[in-house]
Design a protein around this ligand. Structure first.
Ligand SMILES: [Zn+2]
Length: 354
């Protein structure tokens, strides 16, 4: 279970939101922002502070009382967490905000793949919880994460509850893609744009977590500190290899690279290439790169020789490939096709097909 944590870059927001009159005024909060900036930790922190009987002067939960104990064990009777089955299933991300929102499909008992959606049955299962009287007559909290995972029926069912808010219930919706949530639901929530840290704050925080290469990790994770923290050590070497082979375009070998990487997580490999293409475009347009700071020179040289429209096209297509990467029929073929397409981009203009 995700740990309640108010990150240094959320302190100002915390103070605003914890004002008692602010919390009482709203029955639904929507915490929105990009992945990996600590929205869920904040939502848990807020939840625990609502449930705790002995918050401190800053409104932070005590961590010692019975309520805190129950909450930390995931057993608090006044709390419900709604997540897609795939997130909460064993082997799922268990509440972690993993890269690109991807969730490994963990097998269930029936052998069926767990749902990536929050279903209407899950919303309906809240009825007894929110309409019956609270344990110790105190506030109840429903946390929905990620809120954009609600399918249409689920969103409509939630809307009914938000339109006639039950007494003493706080809904907290966490969204990485708020634009995917129906406007009717959004209009019933107080929307809060969650802050992302400045580089130095993120860097210092990572160092305190024992990370020795914070700059590399921050760059490669798009400056999202929690993603930087979770950056998979196992993937570091193949990822570095991958970047290396893209840096030497004249030796780029699509088939060989696919052979090397086809046992890796394909969704990750696809996102590596996405980031690389993003930097090619960005370098060409603005002269800056976002992810590959150490390879900026090579990227600039290569981008100058490429057709920028084609690179943009490839970058957009990679988003579609991301869908296929979850269920490829043949992982080697999948990567070969990806790399062959990329190979076309870096072929010097006017040269013959190899
Ligand atoms: Zn407490």
């Amino acid at each position: 279970m995700t740990v309640a944590e108010i990150f240094p870059w959320q302190q100002v927001l915390w103070q605003q939101i914890r004002q008692p009159e602010n919390l009482k005024r709203h029955h639904a909060l929507l915490l929105k922002g990009r992945k990996g900036i600590g929205k869920l930790g904040f939502a848990f922190g807020l939840t625990q502070s609502v449930l705790c009987g002995q918050v401190d002067a800053a409104g932070v939960a005590c961590g010692k009382c019975q309520d805190c104990y129950w909450f930390e064990q995931g057993l608090h009777p006044n709390f419900r967490l709604l997540e897609p089955e795939a997130l909460s299933a064993p082997g799922g991300a268990a509440g972690k905000e993993n890269e690109e929102g991807r969730v490994e499909a963990a097998g269930t008992k029936s052998g069926k793949k767990p749902s990536q959606q929050i279903t209407i049955a899950q919303i309906r299962s809240l009825d007894d919880f929110i309409y019956l009287s609270a344990h110790q007559a105190r506030d109840k909290v429903v946390l929905i994460h990620p809120a954009e995972a609600m399918n249409t029926a689920a969103a409509n069912a939630l809307l009914k509850k938000l339109e006639e808010p039950p007494e003493g219930v706080l809904f907290i919706l966490v969204a990485h893609g708020a634009s995917l949530i129906p406007a009717t639901v959004l209009s019933r929530c107080r929307q809060i744009a969650m802050p992302a840290p400045e580089h130095k704050l993120a860097r210092d925080w990572l160092v305190r977590q024992g990370i020795t290469d914070p700059d590399f990790r921050l760059a490669i994770s798009g400056f999202s500190p929690l993603l930087a923290l979770q950056h998979d050590e196992q993937q570091s070497a193949p990822h570095a290899d991958f970047i290396q082979s893209l840096c030497v375009p004249e030796k780029f070998d699509p088939i060989g690279l696919a052979e090397k990487l086809h046992k890796q997580d394909l969704s990750s490999v696809t996102s590596w290439l996405q980031k690389w293409c993003y930097d090619l475009m960005s370098s060409r347009i603005s002269g800056r790169v976002r992810y590959h700071l150490q390879q900026a020179d090579s990227i600039k040289r290569q981008a100058a020789l490429m057709n920028p429209v084609a690179v943009g096209f490839m970058w957009r297509n990679l988003a579609a490939s991301q869908q296929l990467a979850r269920h490829p029929l043949n992982s080697r073929l999948f990567l070969e096709e990806l790399f062959l397409t990329y190979g076309e981009l870096i072929r010097p203009v006017g040269s013959e097909t190899r």
